[in-house]
Write a protein that binds this ligand. Structure first.
Ligand SMILES: Nc1ncnc2c1ncn2[C@@H]1O[C@H](COP(=O)(O)OP(=O)(O)OP(=O)(O)O)[C@@H](O)[C@H]1O
Ligand SMILES: O=C(O)C1=C[C@@H](O)[C@@H](O)[C@H](O)C1
Ligand SMILES: [Mg+2]
Length: 189
């Protein structure tokens, strides 16, 4: 795996970064890689990175699981909407959203108006495998994760499809997926 960029690649990256005038917002199912790849993408663009789930946890001083448990999903979605609106106001950087954020009408509208939404997508088997590595996602604690992921994917696809850019996050090196996103944004701009 390569860890460095050649001078030509660095020039190309800077040129793409200069053309990006809005926050790049990764949307898609839980476990698809928004947080992991988003951090990598921000590194390539030499810009800031915020994980919306982390920002909600900081604001509430509770974990996502605790927010769901104590206050319920609607309360979490409201916090998510406010945090993402603030991140859109900041106007730059890379934002990894939580898996359900783009399904909320107001959150989706603010991302589509003020950010560059990129739908990261992969197959259900991969999501099952990736989400099995950690047990902090409250929505997967209530039944069989494969069934829940299959149902959520079917319900949410109609929203994710509204993102103007779609990139497949398969099992290649993370840096490659981050570059695929940059190339897709570059083509779209
Ligand atoms: N392209 C990839 N190839 C291999 N593994 C990946 C890839 N992208 C992410 N992963 C792995 O999948 C797991 C889940 O990734 P991550 O937490 O980034 O997902 P997420 O989309 O942010 O999920 P959530 O919506 O729940 O926050 C991590 O262990 C990560 O290392
Ligand atoms: O897909 C979802 O609805 C969620 C995904 C996570 O990122 C968290 O935002 C939370 O666990 C809910
Ligand atoms: Mg995440």
């Amino acid at each position: 795996m390569r860890h460095t960029t050649s001078p030509t690649e660095a020039d190309d990256l800077r040129a793409i970064a200069r053309r990006i005038k809005r926050p790049v917002v990764l949307v898609g199912m839980m476990g698809v890689g928004k947080s992991t790849i988003g951090r990598r993408l921000a590194g390539l663009l030499q810009t800031g990175f915020v994980d919306a789930d982390d920002a909600i946890e900081d604001a509430a001083q509770l974990s996502v699981a605790e927010i769901f448990e104590r206050h319920g999903e609607d309360y979490f979605r409201d916090g998510e909407r406010r945090v993402i609106a603030r991140l859109m106001d900041e106007g730059s950087g890379v934002v990894a959203t939580g898996g359900g954020a783009f399904c909320n009408e107001q959150t989706r509208a603010s991302i589509l108006q003020r950010g560059i939404a990129v739908w990261l997508d992969c197959d259900i088997e991969t999501l099952v495998e990736r989400t099995a590595r950690k047990s902090h996602r409250p929505l997967l604690q209530t039944g069989d994760p494969r069934e829940i992921l299959t149902r959520l994917h079917a319900e949410r696809k109609q929203f994710y499809e509204q993102a103007p850019i779609r990139v497949v996050s398969d099992d290649g090196p993370h840096a490659e997926t981050a570059r695929d996103i940059l190339e897709a944004i570059d083509r779209w701009l």
